[in-house]
Design a protein around this ligand. Sequence first.
Ligand code: SAM
Ligand code: SF4
Length: 322
Amino acid sequence: MLADSFGRRFYYLRLSVTEVCNFSCTYCLPNGYSGPKPSAFMRRDELRRVMQVFAAEGTRKIRLTGGEPSLRADLPDIIADARQTQGIETIALTTNGYRLAESIADWQQAGLSQLNVSIDSLDPAQFKAITGHDRLRAILQGVDDSLALGLPVKINAVYMRGMNDQLGQFLAWLKTTPVTLRFIEVMEVGAQPDFYHNHHVPLSNMKQQLLLEGWQPIVRGKDAGPAQEFWHPDYAGRIGLIMPYSRDFCTTCNRLRVTAQGKLHLCLFGETGYDLRPWLQEDAQQDELTAVIQEALGHKPATHGLHEHNTGLIRDLSMIGG
Ligand code: SAM
Ligand code: SF4
């Protein structure tokens, strides 16, 4: 099992398959994507080797992310490779939902076991203003299709002052929709510090409101990640709160990240990306690759530096997948 010097164990890998994205979310890529071409990102065989080496070291869950992972034509093959990787029990995908309705059956058939869809507003005009796309209806259809197929679905909503901070619209939907809706605090990123200053809302107030309205905390398992989750007897859905600025957020860290360019990041906001690519070219390099990852883990910091506005290497989260 991969572990660090603070006793945290990492059974969960977030693997980015591309940095390319077709959306222009205000908090992420407000001017759209203008980064490297798809040829800069790991090939399918390199991704397969990343999954194999992490699985051999105890990783049990892989999340495919991006950029927008569904823009890769070989995404079903990548999911199938994850399914065939010995030791991997859970294969999750984070998507903006653009191709969800047309693709979810194929992804599930390939082996997908969990789905996260980003939906920042349930109001079509607000959704378009945030993402640049008038796609809310189609994405909600994709969510319904995914639920009908029996997939557990989580919805990610970045909660932003003056943009979508109307809890009521989300609560009404959760009455009858059996998803876990996770509100995420805006995180400061290098490309646009002003966005954070203008729109960040601490979710601690929402937590108090939910508790007053009868939402009950779900006791978290030992290896649960940093989201705090709540249920309510009158609602089909659950709520999760992701509060990266809260005290102790990093103590429950259970994940490592590999970018689409093959760099291992020990923290979302870390200062270093450890290049794994030289060791991803042949299956025979697995022992060397393991040694590189083990050595890097010794440098994992106790906590991120966001409180000091130290946002690390990452310009925006499309570079690493959130
Ligand atoms: N394109 C996919 C999507 O949007 O779901 C996957 C990649 S996206 C970078 C992963 C998650 O990061 C999304 O839920 C997005 O809302 C979140 N995210 C991006 N930038 C963020 C920021 N500055 N603060 C908080 N969350 C952010
Ligand atoms: Fe694209 Fe996801 Fe970033 Fe939105 S949050 S611009 S969908 S990578």
